[in-house]
Design a protein. Sequence first.
Length: 95
Amino acid sequence: MNKPTPGPWFVHPDVPDQIVVDDGEGGTFIVAEARSTTRREAKADAHLIAAAPLMYEALDWIIYEIDKGTHDLSSIRRVAQEAKATAEGRKKATP
């Protein structure tokens, strides 16, 4: 599988249908744009797309924990809740 643009991705504060990533020089570049029939849906879609790297990492970690056989369900739940909150726009992605 090809590697995606490293995260965190986030919804641009001034253009809520753009998903951007920090360019490391104080600016950002667009990773994706969310298009929908309403601005509200576009904003919700943008948050979901921006959470993709975090959700991918969360799933990877959950699979690792389950395969390891020493998984802690409360930790798995916490990671899943954080990814979901980011996808819903209730929490900002963090590096």
